[in-house]
Design a protein. Sequence first.
Length: 339
Amino acid sequence: MSYKEQKQRLLSLLKEELVDDARESHSLVELATRIGGINQRTLRRWLAQWINAGIIEKVGQGKATRYRHKNPLGSLVFLNGLDKDLRSALLNQLRDLWTHNSTAIEGNTLTLGDTHFVLEEGLTISGKPLKDHQEVIGHAKAIELLYKSLNEPISENLLFHLHKAVLTNDIADIYKPAGQWKNETNGTYAITADGEQTFIEYAYPIHVPELMARFIEEINGIKTKTLTIHNAHLYYAKIHMMFVHIHPFWNGNGRIARLIANIPLLKAGLPPLVISQQTRRAYIQTLANCQINMGRLEPSTKTYLDSDELVDFENFCLAAYTSTIQLIDNAFTQQKKRD
């Protein structure tokens, strides 16, 4: 087994699932024994790298020192102060609200109540299309993947896994790949602010890898300590707009954008921002107005966005943030009744 494979095996061992909030921890000797063929000096170096990256943590001192993977949900500061059952209920509410609205914006016919029933009971809704059930299940899975990735930098691989999750119901096609960048040009018709028809052309497939590498680098460069409940919508708006204007996938770009734009917020301990399907028309038009002004992206483009071009979308996102903030407030109101 190569060093690379041994290193991956070690990280996988440390990523064992949580059980009642208690993470499995391991001593250096245990890890060396489980992996085999690696000296403790190399193990210490790998562990130090992951500790510095915030992926794992060290508990205890001296001979009692043990290592464990960080609980990604531990970074969600907005859950602090809630009893365990209220935390779980709130996360489920956010999952249902997020999934329902994001899929409904794309035409899914399941209601919020339907979405909750499908995700909680695992049963279908009579008279509703099978693809609608698959979409909400896939989106909920994508949220789970998102939470599990919070201790790690955003990567191309994460985006591909999210894409596969949200496109659960789509048939494999070389021209419409799941978990890969698009290989055909795409675009959409829109109406300008003057009421004229126009065509928005997204980035060409040949330019997507370079543009997305820049996009990923920019997100990973965000200092989450600078995010607050008052400015989070600004980060969300920029990431969302950058992604949809590149439009790197053949389908599912809107759902992916509404997922990954929340990563910096979640890493900062803030609740996700959910765009309501009730504001769908205003949402689509605001996005289109920005994209029309920006034109098609190319690698030679010096900057993705001019801050002035985002003002309308930033304001839209600020208004959208109220729905999840209200859920948080409701949970803490219930907690106060208990206290």
